[in-house]
Write a protein that binds this ligand. Structure first.
Ligand code: HEM
Length: 407
């Protein structure tokens, strides 16, 4: 197992870090997704730029509040992105199918209890009681290996691992896993406490910790898109309804309020990238460093136009630019909900925890095949770990995550 030295992201709580204009619109889907007013308020709260031309001072960002744990969809996919994350992956002990299913049921019950309590929906650890609400939210998913072993009811695309991609340098000890848990909050404290409890529950059920990984975001005014370690705004072009219903969430049926998490730990050579002239960096990405606007537009949320040409016939968005190759226009309109985090595991191992939510892992595979073949970013990045998990539908109060797995 790879555990990491505890690091404090040194960030006071901010509300809604990482919720861009489109994200705010997506936040509007929070209520529709079965979450309460608290999360909706969180989604819409905060913001330092008034943007209404009134010249009045913007209200200060609001504090994170309690994000309801219960709802049709797990809060960790739909709540405004919080600045700190902790991922952990668990492996269940090999067992005969019936014993394995019983062990999984018991563990899912315990994890539901731990995660609900950490979110404030139950009697919490005293270490979580004194502080201010930290916007704690979580995601719990089931990996393909476990689903296949125990015959679980997961989407068909989740019964196999992701394929290998050119350039992958994956460390199996840092990826995969029978269960993947993502914890998010305004700071590391509640993550550490909740992770401790989740691990204790897992060990009681005979499971082991396969890997853990922490990540963070820069302090960002509410509503602004956070930057990655290359300095670019990351998370701008995320789907909103109705696109999210088509590309992020399952189709009507047992998986309707479930989704699939694709996790990639990607090392970034930030020094080499920083050594490029600014205009070259923008050509690599296809967006402007300052405001995040596509090279074909003037504002951050303008849609990148992959067809516009320069007078000399070359594309304005270069043929190998990251946003050209990841464009939904090359993929029948398919979009993924990206909620990435940066990580820092030492001077030579820093980068991006790419976390995307998709209906079908094939969406990721198609884009990653294009990126692996041609992306200009490849000279500066290396994929070092990978995991995929079926993110279970949410539960009403009193329910247990994953009840539909055994149908
Ligand atoms: C370290 C690696 C990566 C970095 C630094 C990075 C950075 C960025 C940035 C700055 C943008 C533009 C702003 C935005 O829309 O969020 C972007 C867009 C995007 N990236 Fe990445 N990315 C990385 C890896 C990946 C991977 C592995 C995938 C999927 C296979 C991916 C898929 C996308 C998609 C789908 C978009 C939006 C394209 C659009 O709709 O315009 N990225 N990325």
């Amino acid at each position: 197992m790879h555990a990491e030295a505890a690091k404090e992201p040194d960030q006071p709580p901010t509300a809604g870090g990482g919720v861009g204009r489109r994200g705010l619109l997506a936040g509007g889907a929070v209520a529709a997704a079965g979450l309460g007013a608290g999360a909706a308020a969180l989604a819409l709260g905060g913001g330092s730029a008034r943007g209404d031309g009134s010249g009045r001072a913007a209200p200060p960002p609001s504090e994170p509040s309690i994000v309801p744990f219960h709802g049709e969809r797990q809060a960790g996919v739909i709540a405004p992105q919080q600045p700190a994350t902790q991922l952990l992956a668990l492996d269940l002990a090999p067992a005969a199918t019936s014993d394995g299913r019983a062990a999984l049921r018991a563990l899912l019950g315990e994890l539901t209890r731990v995660l609900a309590a950490a979110a404030g929906a139950g009697v919490a650890d005293p270490r979580l009681r004194d502080g201010r609400p930290a916007g704690f939210n979580s995601v719990l998913g089931v990996g393909p290996g476990l689903a296949a072993r125990l015959g679980l009811n997961v989407p068909a695309g989740l019964l196999t691992e992701l394929p290998a991609f050119p350039g992958d340098r994956l460390d199996p000890a840092r990826g995969g896993g029978d269960l993947v848990v993502q914890l998010c909050a305004s700071d590391r404290w509640p993550l550490s406490v909740a992770a401790e409890q989740a691990v204790a529950a897992a060990r009681t059920a005979g499971a082991t910790v396969r890997w853990t990984q922490s990540g963070f975001l820069p302090r960002t005014a509410g509503g602004a898109t956070p930057r990655n370690l290359f300095g670019f705004k990351d998370g701008t072009a995320n789907p909103v309804e109705p696109e999210a219903g088509q590309w992020v969430w399952g189709p009507p049926g047992p998986h309707e309020h479930g989704t699939v998490l694709v996790y990639r730990r990607i090392r970034m050579d930030t020094a080499a990238f920083a050594a490029l002239p600014g205009d070259r960096q923008e050509q690599v990405m296809g967006r402007r460093l300052g405001d995040g606007a596509p090279l074909t537009g003037t504002a951050e949320h303008d849609e990148p136009d992959i067809y516009t040409k320069n007078p000399d016939g070359s594309y304005v968005l270069p043929a190998t630019a990251h946003v050209r190759l990841s464009s939904p226009r090359l993929d029948g309109g398919a979009r993924m909900l990206r909620r990435g985090y940066s990580y820092d595991d030492g001077p030579d191992d820093r980068g991006l925890l790419f976390c995307a939510f998709v209906r079908d892992p094939a969406q990721f595979t198609r884009v990653q095949n294009r990126l692996a073949a041609r992306d200009s970013l490849n000279a500066f990045i290396e994929h070092t770990a990978s995991a995929v998990a079926y993110v279970l539908p949410g539960v009403p109060a009193g329910g247990t995550l994953g009840e539909g797995l055994f149908g």
